[in-house]
Design a protein around this ligand. Structure first.
Ligand SMILES: [Zn+2]
Length: 286
C-alpha cells in the first residue's frame, strides 16, 4: 500500500478510549447492547467474555489520542507508523462520503485494556468492533489485534490486511446508516444463510468496494493498491472465516453456529465488492 506524501491527514477522525463521563457508563440494562455487539463485532470470532463486565477502564484515552496528533500528511506514515491508521480511516470515510448520501463521518477509537462504549464495556479480547447504538456509531479496536491477526489467525498481515479489518468495521457503519443493521437484528439466528452472517458479508463486501477505489480521489492518503495488497486483504478475510477458526479452536466445523461466514464466503464477498462496487453489496441483504 502506497501513501500520498502530500495528502493531508485528519487526525480528528481518531480518538482514544474512555471518553467523557469518567470512563464509566451504565451497563445495567445492557443486554440489548451486548447482543447487538454479538452480531456486529467478532469479526474475528474471539470470545465475548470481555463484553459484559462493568468496572473502570484501564485505557489511557489521552495517550491514545496523542498517538495521532502528529499525523499531518501522508509522509508522516513513513516516520510514525501509527499514522497509517489515520490514513486508512480518512481514506475509507472519504470514499463513503461520496457513495452514501448523508454519510455521517465518525471516528476510529483505539484503546488498550478495557473501554466503555454506547454498547457496553468491552475489552481487547473482543477484537475490533463497531457500536451501532444511537449516539455512538464508532469503530473500536486495540491495534495490538493486528499482531494477533498474524500470530493467532495465521494471516500474512501487512497494511492492506489491517486496512481491510478497519474497512470492514466501517462497512458496518454504512450498513447501520442504511438501516440494514435493524434488518439483521430482527432475526438472531446463526448459520451460513442467517441475517447475521449476511450483515458480516455485506461489511466484507463494502471493504472490498473501498479497497478498489481507495486511491481514486486525488486527495486520498492512499495512492496505490497493488495486487499484493488485494491478496493480503483476501488472505485476512479467509483467516477470520468461521470454519477456519472453528477448525483451529475446536477441531471441527459446525456451520449452523456460524456468525460471520466461512473463509470462502468472506473472500467471495470481499471480491464482489472489489469487482462490482457497493450496489452489489446491497443485494446481500435483500
Ligand atoms: Zn463484523
Amino acid at each position: 500500500m502506497q501513501y500520498n506524501d502530500n495528502a493531508q491527514l485528519d487526525s480528528s477522525q481518531m480518538g482514544g478510549g474512555g471518553g467523557g463521563g469518567g470512563g464509566r457508563i451504565a451497563i445495567g440494562g445492557g443486554i440489548g447492547g451486548t447482543i447487538l455487539i454479538l452480531i456486529l463485532s467478532l469479526v474475528f470470532g474471539v470470545d465475548l467474555s470481555g463484553l459484559t463486565g462493568g468496572g473502570s477502564t484501564s485505557a489511557d484515552p489521552q495517550a491514545e489520542t496523542s498517538r495521532y496528533s502528529q499525523c499531518r500528511t501522508g509522509a508522516d506514515v513513513r516516520t510514525n507508523r501509527d499514522c497509517r491508521f489515520v490514513a486508512y480511516t480518512n481514506s475509507i470515510q472519504q470514499y463513503w462520503s461520496t457513495q452514501v448520501k448523508g454519510y455521517e463521518t465518525t471516528k476510529t477509537i483505539t484503546f488498550t485494556g478495557r473501554i466503555s462504549t454506547g454498547c457496553g464495556t468491552a475489552d481487547s479480547s473482543v477484537g475490533p468492533f463497531y457500536c451501532p447504538a444511537q449516539g455512538d456509531h464508532k469503530v473500536y479496536l486495540d491495534t495490538g489485534f493486528f499482531d494477533q491477526l498474524q500470530s493467532q489467525f495465521g494471516a500474512r498481515g501487512g497494511d492492506a490486511a489491517e486496512a481491510y479489518v478497519i474497512a470492514h468495521e466501517y462497512g458496518h457503519h454504512v450498513s447501520n446508516l442504511l438501516g440494514k443493521m435493524d434488518w439483521a437484528a430482527q432475526d438472531r439466528s446463526t448459520g451460513p444463510n442467517s441475517r447475521g452472517v449476511k450483515i458480516e458479508l455485506q461489511a466484507d463486501c463494502f471493504a472490498g468496494a473501498w479497497l478498489a477505489h481507495a486511491s481514486d480521489d486525488p486527495n486520498s492518503p492512499i495512492t496505490q493498491v497493488t495486487q499484493d495488497d488485494v491478496n493480503r486483504a483476501l488472505d485476512a478475510a479467509a483467516a477470520v472465516g468461521d470454519d477456519r477458526i472453528q477448525q483451529k479452536s475446536q477441531g471441527q466445523v459446525t456451520p449452523e453456529t456460524w456468525t460471520h461466514g466461512s473463509s470462502q464466503q468472506r473472500q467471495q464477498a470481499t471480491t464482489t465488492g472489489f469487482q462490482s462496487g457497493p450496489n452489489a453489496c446491497l443485494q446481500i441483504t435483500q
